[in-house]
Design a protein around this ligand. Structure first.
Ligand code: G3P
Length: 218
């Protein structure tokens, strides 16, 4: 399973990269706005800066909602760096754009996915990655991880090559459950990745080892 970090914060991206477990980065317009990155030129420079930190797939989202503009914007984003994956929303024009990008060897991440039907359409259009938002499904009182499992079953049965990228991850348990459910990728806030480290018995055990070592060597 690949690990992506879901942020536009360069310090957090560097910290995740330094852990040695990072395979890529996802961003979205909300995450860019949160970092105060505004204006087309600044956003593009920011993507280039991310590509310099991480040697892996970097999702860059189109803002356009109509087909022609999505193609124009997606081509410009893909030209920024060979690791850019164009992130396209799950809409009618988005599906058409994913098909166009697929036919022109531009990799895509289909975002804002909330159902198995949407997952089938994106895979048929040739999406490289599919981003079901599990946290937002949970917010609606459904089980986001169940959706990952359902899509994983369908993709296996049908032989679709699209990689399932579990997104909208809110905590470490989401990561573990997405892995169990068959996600190919998890994109997580840095806090959720670091949360995987935590176990009180590790802390207690380490303290005891160090205390015993000190006693024996003093
Ligand atoms: O990967 C999508 C993610 O950024 C959305 O997360 O927590 O806003 O639902 P959230």
């Amino acid at each position: 399973m690949k690990f992506f970090v879901d942020t536009a914060n360069l310090d957090q991206i560097k910290e995740a990269q330094d852990l040695g477990i990072l395979d890529g980065v996802t961003t979205n317009p909300s995450l860019m706005a949160k970092e105060g990155i505004t204006g087309e030129a600044n956003v593009r420079n920011h993507y280039k800066a991310i590509c310099e930190i991480v040697d892996g797939d970097i999702s860059a989202e189109v803002i356009a909602t109509d087909f022609d503009e999505m193609i124009k914007e997606g081509k410009a984003l893909a030209d920024l760096h060979e690791n850019i994956v164009v992130k396209v929303p799950m809409t009618k024009d988005g599906v058409k754009a994913i098909r166009w990008f697929t036919d022109h060897d531009i990799r895509t991440n289909c975002t804002l996915v909330f159902s198995a039907g949407q997952a089938i359409l994106a895979a048929k259009a040739g999406a490289t990655y599919l981003s079901p938002f599990i946290g937002r499904v949970d917010d609606m009182n459904w089980d986001g991880v169940d959706l990952i499992a359902q899509i994983a079953d369908i993709y296996t049965i049908q032989g679709f090559q699209t990689e399932i990228l579990a997104a909208s991850i809110r905590n470490p348990l989401h990561i573990v459950r997405a892995a169990e459910a068959g996600a190919d990728v998890v994109t997580c806030p840095l806090s959720s990745i670091l949360g995987l480290l935590k176990h009180p018995l590790t802390d207690i055990g380490l303290a005891k080892f160090l205390a015993d070592h000190k006693k024996a060597n003093s």
